[in-house]
Design a protein around this ligand. Structure first.
Ligand SMILES: Nc1nc2c(c(=O)[nH]1)N=C([C@H](O)[C@@H](O)CO)CN2
Length: 118
């Protein structure tokens, strides 16, 4: 299946289980992959025949602004919004990483990934 990806989007937001995360906020890295047939776009060269990833970015940005406790909940909202706006998308994945959560230790990041099919 063909793919459109939005990779390494960074948002300052307030998701988290702990009060300090809701108050102080932190940076979240979001990677989204959309599965859809890109044959028509590859043949017609028309933006209307595909998903405009610039527009998709703004949908994701809107969901990131609304606070949730769990990253799973944020990712679920992003998935619902993208499916609702783009009938062409048949499956998608949303990955969200916290690079500096309040967890002592040395690591590159923690996070979740959900994979959904329409
Ligand atoms: N599966 C998850 N585990 C945890 C989450 C989460 O969103 N999904 N969140 C937290 C805290 O908010 C984290 O940032 C600091 O411990 C803990 N575990």
């Amino acid at each position: 299946m063909d793919k459109i990806f939005l990779q390494g989007m960074k948002f300052y937001a307030y998701h988290g289980v702990f009060e300090e995360e809701n108050k102080l906020g932190q940076i979240f890295v979001v990677d989204v992959q959309l599965s859809l047939d890109l044959t028509e776009a590859s043949e017609t060269d028309e933006l209307e025949t595909t998903v405009n990833y610039g527009e998709a970015y703004h949908l994701i940005e809107e969901e990131m602004k609304e606070s949730s406790k769990l990253l799973e909940h944020v990712a679920g909202r992003i998935a619902k919004s993208l499916f609702a706006h783009y009938n062409r998308v048949v499956a998608l994945s949303v990955r969200i990483t916290k690079e500096n959560p309040p967890i002592a230790g040395h690591y590159d990041g923690v996070g979740i990934e959900i994979n959904r099919t329409r």
